[in-house]
Design a protein around this ligand. Structure first.
Ligand SMILES: Cc1cc2nc3c(=O)[nH]c(=O)nc-3n(C[C@H](O)[C@H](O)[C@H](O)COP(=O)(O)OP(=O)(O)OC[C@H]3O[C@@H](n4cnc5c(N)ncnc54)[C@H](O)[C@@H]3O)c2cc1C
Length: 239
């Protein structure tokens, strides 16, 4: 039996299992996807995220796509330029970033299991986690299984779409800018972003109001005279 099972090997799961293992807990992390895996995301890390990673001794220098020391905020009252000697937004590829964090956890002694969890049973002295491949037992469970969390569902906290924000992202080929843009004039209750990567731009829109914003994003990219590769949307639980 493990001390801890973590469902989901995204940033939340990998980081929490890494910390648990550092604290000496026998930890198992379970995900139904093999890594690296695609996750719709802007891949923009804030100063707070970087500080957290630094405090955990997780070095991401080798996988950073761009450090943005300049950010443009486009608002109805004007365009503001933020400049800093330190990066304001640091961009990564989520495929690479998530694999990097998981590798840190594995190097720290965390075990990984490829399985899709379908049910969770809490007993007084253990948690029983049933997957499509096997049954797992631990003293404690962390649900880090994302927007459609099965852990939340089994705890009676089913995530409804009305409790979610939504964001759509796309990639376009371009590598010429090293600043980020947050545009608050494109979409109601949200913003559009442009985050530069090494060989591309990650462009997206996110809003607190759930709607299909595919066309908003397509129009935005075409106004910028850029060529869109694809559009992916995904909910963000906010309650
Ligand atoms: C379009 C878009 C753009 C975004 N841009 C940014 C950004 O620029 N910066 C930022 O900080 N945040 C951004 N976000 C938010 C960010 O993506 C999420 O907050 C983040 O991914 C949450 O991480 P997590 O580890 O909680 O979950 P996830 O990264 O979603 O990982 C959950 C994991 O759980 C696994 N899983 C789920 N169910 C099961 C199951 N039943 N059994 C086994 N495994 C399971 C999944 O396979 C997955 O690997 C964006 C979100 C969207 C949708």
């Amino acid at each position: 039996m493990h001390d801890l099972i973590v469902i989901g090997a995204g940033p939340a799961g990998s980081t929490s299992s890494y910390i648990a293992s550092l604290l000496g807990l026998k930890t198992l992390i379970i995900d139904f996807q093999e890594f690296p895996r695609f996750k719709p995301c802007g891949g923009g890390l804030t100063v707070k995220s970087l500080k957290l990673l630094e405090s955990l001794d997780i070095d991401i220098d080798s996988i950073v796509e761009k450090y943005c020391k300049r950010v443009y905020l486009i608002t109805y009252s004007g365009v503001y330029e933020l400049v800093s000697s330190e990066p304001i937004i640091t961009t990564v590829s989520r495929e690479v970033f998530d694999k990097h964090l998981l590798q840190h956890a594995l190097d720290q002694g965390v075990e990984f299991m490829l399985d899709k969890i379908v049910s969770i049973e809490c007993r007084s002295d253990e948690v029983i986690v049933r997957g499509l491949r096997d049954i797992y037992r631990a003293k404690v469970l962390i649900g880090a299984d994302g927007a459609f969390s099965i852990t939340a569902k089994f705890l009676g906290n089913h995530v409804c779409m009305r409790d979610c924000a939504i964001a759509y992202m796309s990639y376009v080929e371009d590598s010429h800018i090293d600043y980020a843009v947050l545009d608050f004039t494109r979409i109601k209750y949200g913003y559009a972003w442009i985050f530069p990567k090494r060989n591309s731009l990650n462009i997206g829109v996110g809003s607190l109001r759930i709607e299909n914003y595919t066309k908003v994003l397509i129009d935005y990219v075409s106004e910028l005279n850029l060529k869109l590769r694809f559009v992916r949307g995904y909910p963000l639980p906010i309650k």
